[in-house]
Design a protein around this ligand. Sequence first.
Ligand code: NAD
Length: 299
Amino acid sequence: MNIKNVAVAGSGVLGGQIAFQTAFHGFTVKLYDINDEVLAKAKKRFETELSENYKTDLKASEEEIKSTLERISYTANLAEAVAEADLIIEAIPENVEIKKDFYHKLAAVAPEETIFATNSSTLLPSQFAEDTGRPEKFCALHFANEIWIYNTAEIMGHPGTDKVVFDTLVEFAKQIGMVPLEVHKEQPGYILNSLLVPFLSAGWNLLVNEVADAKTIDKTWMIATGAPKGPFGFVDMVGLNTVYNIDKNKAEKTQDPFTIKKVQYIKEHFIDKNKLGMSTGEGFYTYPNPEYKQEDFLK
Ligand code: NAD
């Protein structure tokens, strides 16, 4: 199967990046969201921030940016968004009910041959396969934040995904500058988060249980493995607010004493001080030049 026209649903952080990256690589993209105001904000972000990022990080020319922007159109009408789409990539909020409702509406208006892909980080494609009305043409295609730099595309079907659809998405990922990473079984967290989440948890255990301080933990990992950052360098990148929200929910649900202690720790040291990591310029480290990138950090 050959993909030419792509629709992206959701113009937020990831949807916006997926739309821009896809258009940058020559595809025609229709971006869909719930109303025109949200779409206008996305358009503005494309013309400013994202254009700048591609120019700085990828040395994109003015001409390339101009034609990227011209290839993207915007609509709050779902039927119009998918009328000519070979593929629609869904990047709407990580909420089961919102996604289920979306797939029902999409199934009613999308052409029969359109492939549906979800960018969900934590939900499995089998949770929505029936809602799509075309389970064999439904698959996960998962990108990382700052897609133009961290160019992984994890491709993960559910048991009913057609192999041809899976292979089409592998090919498509390559065409938009991604490294396709094939996941052969449904796995919460795909490959990356299956590795990263336990790794970060192990770091938090050492810190919150006062076994060692954050910099010593990072240093140990970096010296011993040659990795460019340790767990708390990663936490700054993910954002302390994200970690806090996930663990706060978990603490409320499970009442697990360690999680409660961890949530209090994050609140006191980071949330209350608005030190949310890279996004606010300070978390465990200060940015743009964090201490762990300086030469004598590893001494
Ligand atoms: P976001 O909140 O930034 O954007 C969500 C967008 O969806 C908003 O523009 C919102 O208006 C729109 N929306 C809400 N309901 C909608 C509907 N019914 N139809 C169409 N659009 C609707 O969220 P995000 O961070 O871009 O995440 C989107 C998806 O991508 C989630 O499934 C998330 O798990 C996944 N993801 C996020 C990241 C990340 O780092 N943010 C990384 C990988 C994957």
